[in-house]
Design a protein around this ligand. Structure first.
Ligand code: C2E
Ligand code: CA
Ligand code: CA
Length: 746
């Protein structure tokens, strides 16, 4: 625009024109280009509207806003928007009023889209070139230059430029919204949340109250039951009743049609009033977003939606990735069951609700899985675990939370009536099919009842594990409920366990022997071997403390075997010293007794030491007799066949039933020292000790009293016709050498 040609026919014609412009927004037809004329000369206003009044640019008419001073212009600009062009007189109230107004428009009001054409009467007032650049001034014309034709040309090109600028900033705003939308969506977990988020963002993007729904083609992790059908996975309110149903069930023929077309063509479909946006993603979980826009989308909208779909597909990939990571974090890839972390979540939730009151947790451990794995290979082992998981799911999946918490350990959390040992153990009655092979498995179970449990989830899991270890110690294929005393001072127990293991390995354990005598004549019958542990710093740890730890950790098996051998060895040694009628009583703990190799180690101890079995006696506890009667009866029988005798230790504390006791092939009852301790005066006619003696006699068993400390107790026991005793009255437990001296002095 540098023409300086001035011709009369191009002269601006100033005529009074009807005021055809309308400054009110409400009644303004949407599709006009708004031109603002700012000039203190009313004639310029009239001439301009006259010159441009009939002009249509891109099928849009022009409308005009009029300001006669810079101040008035500011007022109008404050209120009005969407102005395409400002025709501005440079010189108004002051010489630089026009330029100041430009600065106000660009900088203060931040109106960057509007095109500005400066006009001035005098060429001398041409603004600096810098100002033209800084204020994004479109054109600069002297009024004399603005002939009708020139004005046409200037306004037309300004409008084109305005339109482009608008498009750019609209798409920039759109892109900003897309970026915002994508980051918002990225934070959403799971496909359904994501789809719902897309709906929200897209209605925001279009600036419309759009209704719609999202439909997915493929099976989704969250909805495995969905099959191959097209499913509605997210909706706005007006389609809410179709949520989580098939597209068919939605009952919207037009919508279904466009959605199916979009998914089949793998592209978005635009129709008047409705749109199906296709989202393609690499995880092969394509989905289509149906939008009831209610109006025609323009090219700009379509382009933006295209960008949005592309962006969202990338986002969707991320969501898929996140949910895969989520799956790895919470699910066991081999069995598809929850993992330990997920179980802990559920467990903690359960403990916080009233569900807690009727819930139980159990750990199910496959017996001898490590051996199977080693023997048949890891692949076989994996398949085996998978079939176990499947069987668990079939029986419990609907009602309980299942998890795989260790290589061969499963967890089951649910209501007490479901999570019970019988129900679980029957699952292992029939063999498992792996590779057309039948494998018979057994499992051992630890359980915990969660009512009035006051720890958190991870503590409950640990305690269940304690119960499981107990159960494993007792007998494979059995179960054990956690009791509070199992859990005390776990940390101390662990420390003690390590110390005990070290002490045993460094031969810091030794036996002492407490004589047993016949109270009638003081004759020595034998001794009970008792285990001692002297620590590095010379302290004695009482067996009441370390024996349970040895049992709990399984160390008791090795320790017990060593006790057996050492006691037998001492028996043989005593015999060589001439004490040939001496009987050695040896304590055997539950875990040791029920170990499959117990009989083997007993035989080996006898064979290796050449100890005569009829001078060996095993002490088992009454509570052991209660645990597993069948195994006990069987083992007792084998022991008796060797010629070894058996006594029941701590008798009276375990409340075994008489009928039960009758079935056991034992030789002796040992009255617990608590009952001996009760004997304080001669007058104890109906004491428990007396009853035990009578009971033993009825069953044909011999009776020994332990913990006899006074003459009075000895006499009382004798009066009950119990004549065998062991206690401080006669001797404390003695070391090997002290025993020899003690015996020699008798
Ligand atoms: P227990 O088998 O009932 O052993 C008898 C306990 O009573 C011994 O305690 C013994 O020192 C104590 N005692 C003996 N006479 C008297 C007395 O007159 N008064 C009092 N107050 N106590 C007396 P100790 O040696 O501390 O053993 C405690 C428990 O540890 C044993 O009870 C037994 O259950 C277990 N234990 C000891 N050695 C072994 C072992 O080699 N193997 C197994 N499995 N358990 C053992
Ligand atoms: Ca004992
Ligand atoms: Ca005892």
């Amino acid at each position: 625009m540098n023409s300086t040609i001035h011709s009369s026919e191009d002269d601006l014609v100033f005529l009074d024109e009807p005021d055809n412009e309308d400054t009110s927004v409400a009644s303004r037809p949407v599709q006009t280009w708004r031109i603002m004329i700012i000039d203190d000369d009313p004639d310029v206003h009239s001439a301009t509207t006259f010159a441009l009044g009939s002009l249509e640019i891109q099928h849009r008419a022009l409308s005009f806003l009029h300001a006669y001073s810079a101040a008035e212009a500011r007022e109008i600009l404050q209120k009005e928007s969407d102005i395409a062009i400002i025709l501005l007189d440079v010189v108004m109230e002051q010489e630089d009023a026009g330029l100041q107004l430009v600065s106000h428009i660009r900088k203060t009001l931040g109106l960057t889209d509007v095109r500005i054409i400066l006009r001035t009467g005098q060429p001398g007032y041409a603004p600096e070139i810098d100002a033209i650049r800084d204020y994004d001034i479109n054109d600069y014309k002297t009024k004399s230059e603005l002939t009708r034709t020139k004005l046409y040309t200037a306004v037309t090109s300004a409008i084109r430029s305005y339109e482009q600028i608008c498009a750019i900033s609209a798409s920039r705003r759109g892109l900003e919204m897309i970026i915002h939308a994508s980051t918002e969506l990225m934070a959403l977990q799971g496909m359904q949340n994501f789809a719902a988020g897309v709906l929200v963002q897209i209605t925001g993007l279009l600036g419309l109250d759009t209704e719609g729904f999202v439909c997915a083609r493929h099976i989704l992790a969250e909805m495995p039951e969905a099959g191959e059908d097209l499913y509605v996975i997210a909706t706005t309110t007006s389609y809410a009743n179709g949520l989580n149903r098939t597209l068919g069930q939605l009952g919207q023929v037009t919508a279904s049609d466009i959605v199916v077309r979009s998914l089949n063509a793998r592209q978005s479909v635009f129709e008047p009033e409705i749109t199906a946006l296709y989202f393609n993603n690499v995880a092969q979980k394509d989905f289509t977003l149906f939008l009831n826009t209610g109006l025609h989308l323009n090219e700009m909208d379509k382009r933006l939606l295209g960008v949005f779909c592309g962006n969202v597909s990338v986002g969707l990939d991320n969501v898929m990735l996140t949910s895969r990571l989520h799956n790895y974090a919470f699910y066991d890839p081999l069995t598809g069951l929850a993992n330990r972390l997920k179980l802990l979540q559920t467990l903690n939730e359960t403990l916080l609700t009233s569900l807690k009151n009727r819930s139980a947790l159990s750990l199910i451990d496959i017996d001898h899985f490590a051996e199977t794995n080693d023997a048949l290979g890891h692949q076989f082992g994996d398949q085996l675990l998978y079939s176990v998981a499947q069987r668990l799911v079939t029986s419990f999946g609907e009602h309980c939370q299942l998890a795989r918490v260790g290589s061969d350990t499963f967890a089951l959390l649910g209501e007490e009536n479901m999570v019970c040992p019988d129900k679980i153990l029957t699952l292992f009655n029939s063999p498992f099919d792996v590779d057309q092979q039948e494998v018979q498995l057994s499992a051992t179970i630890g359980l915990i009842k969660l009512d009035d449990y006051d720890g958190d989830g991870s503590e409950a899991l640990k305690d269940t594990n304690i119960a499981l270890k107990r159960a494993k110690m007792n007998r494979r294929g059995g179960y054990e409920y956690f009791t509070r005393d199992m859990g005390v001072e776990i940390r101390e127990r662990v420390l003690l366990m390590h110390a005990l293991r070290a002490a045993f390995e460094h031969e810091k354990l030794f036996l002492v022997f407490q004589p047993q005598i016949d109270m009638r004549d003081g004759r020595v019958l034998g001794a009970e071997a008792l285990l001692r542990w002297k620590t590095e710093d010379g302290r004695f740890i009482p067996p009441d403390q370390f024996i349970p730890i040895a049992e709990y950790s399984g160390l008791i098996v090795d320790i017990g075997e060593w006790v057996l051998r050492t006691a037998c060895f001492e028996l043989v040694h005593l015999r060589s010293l001439g004490y040939t009628n001496f009987q050695m009583a040896i304590n055997v703990s539950q875990a040791q007794f029920s170990h499959p190799l117990f009989m083997q180690s007993l035989n080996k101890a006898l064979a290796d030491t050449q100890a005569p079995p009829n001078f060996v006696e095993l002490e088992i506890t009454e509570s052991m007799a209660m645990k597993d009667p069948e195994l006990l009866i069987k083992t007792l029988h084998q022991i008796k066949q060797l010629g070894i005798s058996v006594s029941i230790d701590d008798f009276g504390t375990g409340f075994s039933s008489l009928s039960h006791l009758q079935k056991l092939d034992v030789d002796k009852l040992k009255i617990d020292r608590a009952f001996v301790n009760e004997i304080q005066k001669n007058s104890n006619e109906g004491s428990i000790a007396k009853m035990i003696v009578q009971l033993g006699k009825n069953l044909g068993l011999s009776i020994i009293a332990e913990g006899v400390e006074s003459e009075m107790q000895a006499n009382t026991l004798l009066s009950y016709d119990c004549h065998m005793a062991q206690g401080y009255l006669y001797s404390r437990p003695l070391t090997r050498d002290d025993l020899h001296t003690w015996l020699a002095n008798r």
